[in-house]
Design a protein around this ligand. Structure first.
Ligand code: PMP
Length: 410
């Protein structure tokens, strides 16, 4: 059981003094980014105040200590995912991670005879890098159909595979509909056909226990900032032999073993092969603090708390007149809705006037709007520090959106 009252004391943004439009801030945009606990802020400040140095670039203690700390972060991430330290590559976030895989693996191995399968629910970051591969290599892009509720099922994956399919690139939890995908069943089907499964974990890794070995995932990407960590840092997990096969996207210092005037270059082994230049050291140290913090709270507790809060939110939201909820049955703490007759962005602006932060628009999933048959939606997304009172504030405000509607048409 989570003691949310106590947990909230760890977060300066939740100190009760943050005011938006004259109201106490109610933050319901956690799928976009999350608040940071004090231990993360302290880790970053400590780096600058007490231990500033580059990593991998000096023979003095400060620098050596930084190397050790970076490897300790890799170890925290490997505990998080159940993988080996050498399978953890630091990037700037999910977008960078997926681009690196698309460029480093996709561009190298895919041809015009091959096909990459996506879904219409993917975030731009898991679509556009594959479009680029398609543009340059001629590789076909296919879409696995969602079922009538918007869920990706293993059955539809199986039906969509052709003899040309080489990669399935899908989110474990999509950022608008929030269904949890059965990755284990999908990797099993894919691997029987020698297809790689590349998982966008931006919305799943922060919220649930993930065992990459058990799920048999080939590549997994996620961002630190969506899981209490700093912005500008993220991870690729890759099976080691795949990391060895993949080309770097960026070249430079730290990733080469030697090079000569003729242009012969020998790279170092992964993960350093993909980490050219000075690392985002403050980000990596902050990420370690965030991962350790979440592991200490326990992902079982986080999942259970968010599940119960979601159920509560749905039960309350259903009582709001004229509400349309697009993903009532989804598992993740993402609730996507509209109020009939009010444009989503106007509704989010109205919520802002009550101190409530929700996202509206297409949420970077621009192909999904055809599926939803809506131009835009409002998204409320929770984390383990969200309270029932904050849900009540949302529901109360939405009940009053009828008054807003009167003003809107006046
Ligand atoms: N994939 C999904 C499912 C996301 O929700 C997001 C962030 N909204 C991303 C990828 C991109 O993450 P980032 O902006 O941290 O690179």
């Amino acid at each position: 059981m989570l003691d949310v009252k106590k947990i909230r004391q760890d977060f300066p943004m939740l100190d009760g003094n943050k005011i938006m439009q004259g109201h106490k801030l109610v933050y319901l945009d956690n799928a976009s980014t999350t608040f940071k606990p004090k231990c993360v802020l302290d880790a970053i400040a400590n780096y600058y105040q007490n231990e500033t140095s580059n990593s991998h670039r000096g023979d003095y203690d400060l620098c050596y200590n930084m190397d050790v700390k970076i490897e300790e972060t890799r170890h925290s991430v490997s505990r998080l995912l159940n993988c080996e330290n050498k399978e953890v590559v630091f990037t700037s976030g999910t977008s960078m991670s997926i681009n690196l895989i698309a460029y480093g693996y996709g561009m190298k191995y895919l041809t015009e005879n091959d096909e990459v399968l996506l879904t219409v629910a993917e975030h731009a970051s898991n679509v556009l890098p594959w479009f680029k591969v398609s543009e340059i290599k001629g590789t076909k892009i296919g879409y696995i159909p969602l079922d009538e509720s918007g869920r990706l099922t293993p059955e539809n994956v199986e039906k969509s595979i052709t003899k040309n399919t080489k990669i399935i690139a899908i989110a474990q939890v999509t950022n608008v509909l929030g269904y949890k995908v059965d990755i284990k069943a999908i990797t099993k089907i894919a691997h029987e056909h020698n297809i790689l499964v590349i998982v966008d974990g931006a919305q799943s890794v922060p919220h649930m226990k993930i065992d990459v070995k058990d799920l048999d995932i080939d590549f997994l990407s996620f961002s630190g900032h969506k899981m209490c960590g700093p912005t500008g840092v993220g991870v690729i997990y890759g099976k080691y032999h795949l990391l060895e096969m993949m080309d770097p996207l960026m070249s430079g210092g730290g990733m080469n073993a030697k090079f000569d005037m003729c242009g012969d270059v020998k790279y170092v082994n992964p993960p350093a092969k993909f980490e050219a230049g000075t690392l985002n050291i403050e980000g990596i140290l902050g990420l370690k603090a965030a991962v350790d913090y979440l592991l200490n709270i326990g992902f079982e507790n986080i999942e259970e708390y968010e599940h119960n809060l979601r159920q509560y939110a749905i039960s309350q939201l259903e009582t709001v007149p004229n509400i349309v909820i697009y993903n009532k049955e989804a598992e993740a703490g993402i609730i996507t809705f509209n109020i009939k007759g009010i444009f989503a962005q106007d509704l989010a602006t109205f919520l802002n006037s009550k101190g409530i932060a929700c996202r509206s628009g297409q949420h970077c999933a621009k192909i999904l709007i055809n599926y939803l048959k809506e131009v835009a939606t409002v998204r409320a997304s929770i984390y383990f520090y969200t309270t029932k009172e904050e849900i009540d504030a949302l529901v109360d405000a939405l009940r009053k959106s009828g008054d807003f509607l009167d003003a809107y048409f006046a």
